[in-house]
Design a binder for this molecule. Structure first.
Ligand SMILES: [Zn+2]
Length: 129
């Protein structure tokens, strides 16, 4: 167990808890709004729009949860804070800002550019090569 990862573990676990909490809060809101479904068409499309936003936000939350879980796993296997692309340590500054960061800033930007170009679909594909 590397001592320097332990503060990040706490941060990651807290963040995961927050995201899960916010997701269940959104679900509760959704249930409440379902009790009051309007009957005319205009309001109905508004409702669909809200549902889309809800699903979209949930997808982002799910992705974040997955990234946090991955980061915790890397901690367990002793690879946390090391960029799998260039094998350089990720700066503390970056980990402080994004504790679940998988790549260093340079590689992250390179991968983001590749995703934007359509060369790769998701950063996870790059990681599992
Ligand atoms: Zn890198």
């Amino acid at each position: 167990m590397k001592p320097k990862t332990s503060p990040y573990r706490k941060i990651l676990e807290k963040k995961a808890e927050e995201v899960r909490h916010s997701m269940s809060a959104q679900k509760a809101e959704q249930v409440v709004s379902r009790l009051d479904i309007p009957s005319d068409e205009g309001d109905l499309s508004q409702h669909h729009h809200e549902e889309w936003i809800f699903l979209n936000r949930n997808t982002i939350d799910m992705k974040l949860l997955r990234e946090i879980a991955d980061a915790l796993h890397r901690m367990d296997i002793g690879q946390y804070g090391e960029c799998p692309e260039c094998e350089e340590p990720i700066s503390a500054k970056r980990l402080d800002a994004v504790p679940w960061a998988r790549y260093c800033v340079t590689c992250q930007e390179r991968i983001a550019a590749r995703i934007a170009d359509g060369e790769v679909i998701d950063e996870y594909q790059v990681a599992s090569r």
